[in-house]
Design a protein around this ligand. Structure first.
Ligand code: HEM
Length: 396
């Protein structure tokens, strides 16, 4: 049986705790992957800029090949996404995108507030699903606004985002893979259209920024702009929505923590960090060894993959006292929900901003917010790479 844990497994933390204590650098032979569960090993591995990210460099049979299937992009686009790039291309492509994003995200709070308010106005106090009716439309609208892509058809972007993420599900069947391919073709066409329009008439958006960087001499191809904008447009939607919905669920299941937050709204930043630590929306991330190395004393050969189990490292008892308790007053060590090193999530600041505004505004709007059925167990979506609830049903 594969040790790469499924997102829906209720007992995954028992397995993680056992692995961390007994086999912290565990070789999962079926998936040709080392599984890292200790925070110290995870951090060191992610921060090591010498290791590779590109799945094409992994040994045959490593599970990471399934995440980068050969036919998923247009032929010339295959290696254009920063998430799969190694140096020197990674810095060349990430640099201008990060610069444009950080400038725009800083100024985005009022826009996010407006989007959140509009979404709140739609919610019936007698009952709604925090995930589908509130959380999911928010990052879709925000990212559309930031990039300059019309995302008014929320349902379409939701299904596109979910199809795009299923590429990271090693359990996905052929139908799911075909749906993902159709999705990426559809978004490629949409982005080509937007790029052509912005080239003719620049607007106040991120796609125009990247086209301007290209004109100013930055080495950034059309394919690199298209693939990375697709990743921005779709990649952060489900993860950010999960952060918001899981966060609300956790707070409602921990009334003392909720009361603390209601009494001291300034704790919202700390609450978001604890939600990210406790139930990170991304289960893991990986690097390919660029040479023969040792991780935590275990030999790893060039081309072998080591995957960091984010959800496990975030509950390492040597770093977080009483790691299985949810406590928004934690101080000290930070989690690795956004990965680390040169590939640290480029959307982290944006996701934090959206979650802070969205969770706070929902609590303010509904002072008596409660789970529709407080006794119903949490149900996680089955996906090995992403971790989110199927729904969070509440009444206002
Ligand atoms: C709570 C929400 C999010 C979580 C938990 C999350 C998590 C992650 C993780 C774990 C990685 C891999 C980092 C590594 O390997 O070290 C990553 C990378 C990435 N994320 Fe996010 N992410 C979130 C939101 C977003 C958003 C909103 C965007 C887009 C605006 C985004 C875009 C990306 C991109 C493009 C990368 C690849 C970066 C690179 O390889 O240089 N993410 N994210």
């Amino acid at each position: 049986m594969s040790e790469i844990p499924a997102g829906d497994a209720d007992d995954r933390h028992d397995r993680f705790d056992r692995l961390r204590a007994e086999q912290p650098v565990f070789r999962d032979e079926a998936n040709r992957t080392f599984i890292l569960t200790r925070m110290a090993d995870a951090r060191a591995w992610l921060n090591d800029a010498a290791q590779w990210r590109d799945a094409d460099r992994a040994e045959p049979g490593a599970y990471v090949h399934a995440f980068k299937p050969p036919d998923m992009n247009r032929p010339g686009d295959r290696n254009s996404g920063m998430g799969w790039m190694d140096e020197p291309d990674h810095s060349r492509v990430r640099g201008p995108i990060q610069l444009a994003m950080s400038r725009r995200v800083q100024a985005l709070a009022p826009e996010v507030r407006g989007i959140v308010e509009a979404q709140l106005a739609e919610l019936p106090a007698e009952g709604f699903d925090v995930l589908a009716d509130y959380a999911l439309p928010i990052p879709i609208a925000v990212m559309g606004r930031l990039l300059g892509v019309d995302t008014a058809e929320v349902a379409r972007f939701r299904s596109l985002s979910e199809a795009a993420l299923s590429v990271f599900d090693i359990g996905a069947d052929a139908d799911a893979r075909r749906a993902t391919k159709t999705t990426s073709d559809e978004i490629d066409d949409l982005l080509d259209e937007v790029m052509a329009r912005r080239r003719a008439a620049p607007a106040d958006d991120l796609i125009s920024d990247l086209l301007a960087a290209q004109t100013a001499g930055k080495s950034l191809s059309d394919s690199e702009i298209r693939v990375n904008c697709m990743n921005l447009l779709l990649g952060g939607n489900v993860t950010t929505a999960d952060l918001i919905a899981t966060g609300v669920d956790l707070l409602l299941r921990h009334p003392a923590q909720l009361a603390r937050l209601r009494a001291s709204p300034a704790l919202i930043g700390a609450a978001i960090e604890e939600i990210l630590r406790f139930e990170p929306p991304t289960n893991g991330t990986q690097r390919v060894a660029s040479g023969d190395v040792e991780i935590g004393g275990f030999p790893v050969r060039q081309g072998q993959v080591a995957a960091v189990m984010i959800a496990a490292a975030n509950r390492d008892p040597t770093v977080f006292p009483d790691p299985h308790s949810f406590d928004i007053r934690r101080r000290g060590a930070s989690h690795i929900a956004f990965g680390g090193g040169p590939h640290l999530c480029i959307g982290a600041a944006l996701a934090r901003l959206e979650a802070r505004i969205a969770i706070q505004a929902l609590l303010d709007r509904f002072p008596g917010l409660a789970l529709a059925d407080p006794h119903a167990p949490q149900r996680w979506r089955p996906n090995a790479a992403f971790h989110g609830l199927t729904s969070v049903l509440v009444r206002g």
